[in-house]
Every structure is written in C-alpha cells, then in structure tokens.
Design a protein around this ligand. Structure first.
Ligand code: TRP
Length: 418
C-alpha cells in the first residue's frame, strides 16, 4: 500500500475487495475502518454493523437476550436495548447465566478525557451503564484515561489531569450511585495491585501482536505501545483490592462503543493465560453526526454534534441548520413521497432519546408517509434534546469538587450488591 495513503497506518488493515473499473481494470475498494482512533465507513456509505460483528468475531445481541434481561431485572429494557443501540456482545450470556444462579458481577467502563465539553454521543455508554447498575444492583468502576489522552492528543500531564476531573463531573451528573461506584484517573491510581496486573498482561503480548491489533508503526512512541495493558486490567477484580479482595472470581461486564473492542480482544486473549476469567462485553453503535451517518462527529467541527454545554438556542439552530434530513425538498413532494427515514438524522436522534415507543412509531409512520414535514419532526427533536441537555446541565452544576473527591476516594463500597 502506498505510504501516502493515510489509512496505511491503521489496523485492522482496510480489507479490500476488488471490482472492475469502467475500463475493465481491477480496482481495490476501501472497506470500512473501525479502530479506537479512526471510524470511517466505506466510501459514501454507512458503517455496516453486521459486517463488523463478523470482522471482530463478536455476537449479535438478539431479542431473546433482551427478553432475558427484562425477566432477570424485572424492568422495561432500556431504550438503547429496545432500539438496537447496544447491538453486539461477547459472552454476555455467561454474565446472565451466572446472575440467574445468584452470582453477581461488576461493571467496568471508561472515558478518555480529551476535551472539556462532552457531546451527546459521549453520554450514551454512561447513560446505559447507569441503567445496568440500577437494574442489576452491581458495583461499577470508571477509568479516566488521562494518561492515554496525554499521549495521543499531545496534552500536558497537568492539562490531561484537569480534563479528567472536569469530565468526572459530567459522569457523576449521569446519576451514578456513590455507594456502588469507584471513579479513578490512571495518573493517580495506577500502582500496586493494578500495576502488577499490567505487568502480567504485558508479558503475554508480543510487539508483533500489539502491532497486529492496534496498527502501531515504527514512528509511534513507546508510550502508545505500552498503553493497552492499562485499559485491560480494570477487567480483573484483583486490580481493585479495596473493592474486591476476597472476591477475585467476580465476573466483569464492560459496556462500551464497539471501537474499543480491540483492547478487549487483547484482554480476553490474555486473561486465561494469567489465570483470570475473560471479561464480557456489551457494545454499541456510534452516535451519528448531525450531517448524517456517513460523517463522523469531529472535535474540530463544533457544528457536527450537540454538546452538553449548548444552550437551547444553539441546539435549535444546529438542528434546524445542520441535521441531515431524509425529507423531500418541497412541501408538495414531501406530502406526495414522504421522507426517507433510513438517512434522516432527526429520526435517528429520536430513536436514541425519545423513550416513548408509541410516539416514535407514530412519528415514523406519519413522516414516512408524508403527513408530517421535516420542520415538525425537527421541532420534536429540539424539544427532546433541549430537555435532556438542560437536565444534564442542572445535574452537573450540582456536582461539587468534594463529590468528585468522594467518588474517587480509594475506599470499600458499602452496598455493592444490595
Ligand atoms: N479508551 C477509551 C476512550 O478513549 C476510554 C476507556 C478506558 C474505556 N477504559 C474503557 C472505554 C472501558 C470503554 C470501556 O474513550
């Protein structure tokens, strides 16, 4: 592959299939790329999540599993389960089997604090994790990888630490129960039992292996090469002796977006070799950019996403101006042909955040049939998002520095399982 191709540096290598050009030559078609650092669909298309399941070798989260979650937790499944936002898993059934027998588990998720303001996509895994924590009544550890962002985003150590604490406030605002939640920053917490596990993992992963999984090159600094064990070991209860000592067999369930899968493929590969059980995963799709599912929310383009810091006025303006519409371009045509719901961003956003199944179904039906106009659907989306963002803003404003310290204190958790 020519080195001028920026994708040449990324793994898994874009799998290319060939087809014939109009001149009859064989041309390589670039496939989608999904890594922790790059998400791009095949040219002009959407991410093919079914194909990702096959490429990564995870399992589809089907209706029978969702029904099982409903039965075991005795609650209506979360909207992200009902609508297929969390669509893939690895050994989630093992977690449920054990839970059914009366064995609990713990949750592990995380965030790389690369920016001050979170957008709605950043909230998705945390909103879902909160639901899991409440529904199953289990403990949760949240890793803030200030070290990762310091190395990848070229932030100073101090700036990464500051961002981690700021982001912790947004996570706490999601409503986690302090009696069951431990939040930690790598710069503060890595050491002791956690570090011993990092070394155990590192000894099992060759340089070739890490290059195969993550696509590091000879030009990448060695900080990057050495990072994956940091994200791996929160999967093992013995990394948290103040929480789980005497419970080293506790299972771990990781809710995350599917771009984090490479870290946990590595973790699951190593776990049995160091005498630990493999973590299970439950994995989500990506939250689409305003400009459509082919685009990517980009940190450098504030108009590609709704931020939790956006005012009502900004939200209204962004939706009206930038949200890609599947509606027809004139009222007459819309009445006649209806909207293409497949590409419509307001509909997508309602699928994520409008809890009422009956209302969503009605909007889909009427918009698809042309009885509703784009402007009317956008008005509803603006309402839903404004309410969500306002609620988040109020909750975040109530989070004090003392609360952040309390969530991060290295302490036993009083009601882990009740
Ligand atoms: N690498 C993730 C990010 O950049 C942060 C992270 C650390 C994480 N541990 C995790 C995400 C576990 C999901 C699950 O955002």
């Amino acid at each position: 592959m020519p080195s001028s191709n920026p994708r040449a540096r990324h793994f898994p290598p874009p799998m290319s299939s060939t087809s014939l050009s109009p001149e009859g030559e064989e041309v390589a078609e670039e496939e989608q790329v999904v890594t922790p650092w790059e998400v791009s669909a095949k040219q002009g298309g959407k991410i093919d999540y079914g194909k990702l399941i096959d490429q990564f070798g995870c399992q589809r989260l089907d209706q029978s599993l969702i029904d099982r979650v409903q039965r075991l937790t005795n609650r209506h499944p979360h909207v992200f389960l009902r609508r297929g936002v969390f669509f893939a898993h690895r050994d989630f059934t093992d977690i449920l089997d054990a839970y059914e027998r009366g064995d609990k588990f713990y949750l592990y998720t995380g965030r790389g604090p690369s920016s001050e303001a979170l957008h709605l996509g950043h909230l998705v895994p945390f909103m879902f994790t909160k639901y899991l924590q409440d529904a199953f009544k289990v403990p949760l550890v949240i890793q803030l990888t200030d070290d990762e962002k310091c190395m990848w985003k070229n932030l100073s150590v101090e700036e990464s630490q500051r961002l981690a604490r700021e982001n912790a406030k947004d996570l706490i605002a999601c409503g986690f129960d302090i009696s069951r939640t431990f939040i930690f920053c790598d710069f503060d917490y890595v050491g002791g039992a956690f570090y011993k596990n990092m070394v155990r993992v590192a000894k099992c992963v060759t340089y070739n292996k890490v290059v195969g999984i993550f696509g590091f090159t000879g030009e990448d600094h060695i900080g990057k090469v050495s990072f994956p064990p940091v994200q791996a070991v929160p999967s093992f209860p013995s990394s948290f002796p103040h929480l789980f000592s005497g419970r080293e067999n506790l299972r771990c369930l990781i809710p995350c977006a599917i771009d984090q899968d490479p870290y946990f493929r590595m973790t699951r590969d190593v776990a049995p070799r160091i005498g630990y059980s493999k973590p299970s995963l439950i994995e989500s799709t990506f939250f689409p950019a305003l400009q459509g599912e082919t685009g990517k929310m980009s940190a450098s383009d504030p108009n590609s996403a709704i931020y939790v810091t956006d005012t009502a006025k900004v939200i209204k303006n962004k939706i009206n101006k930038y949200a890609f519409s599947g509606g027809q371009d004139t009222t007459e045509k819309q009445r006649k042909f209806g909207a293409n719901l497949e590409v419509d961003i307001p509909i997508k956003y309602l699928e994520f955040f409008l809890d009422d199944d009956a209302e969503l179904e009605q909007i889909r039906r009427e918009y698809g049939a042309g009885h509703l106009l784009t402007g009317e659907v956008k008005r509803r989306v603006i309402e839903v998002l404004t309410e969500l963002v306002e609620r988040h803003r109020r909750a975040r404003a109530a989070v004090t520095d003392e609360m952040v310290d309390a969530f991060m204190a290295v302490r036993p958790l009083p009601n882990m399982f009740s």
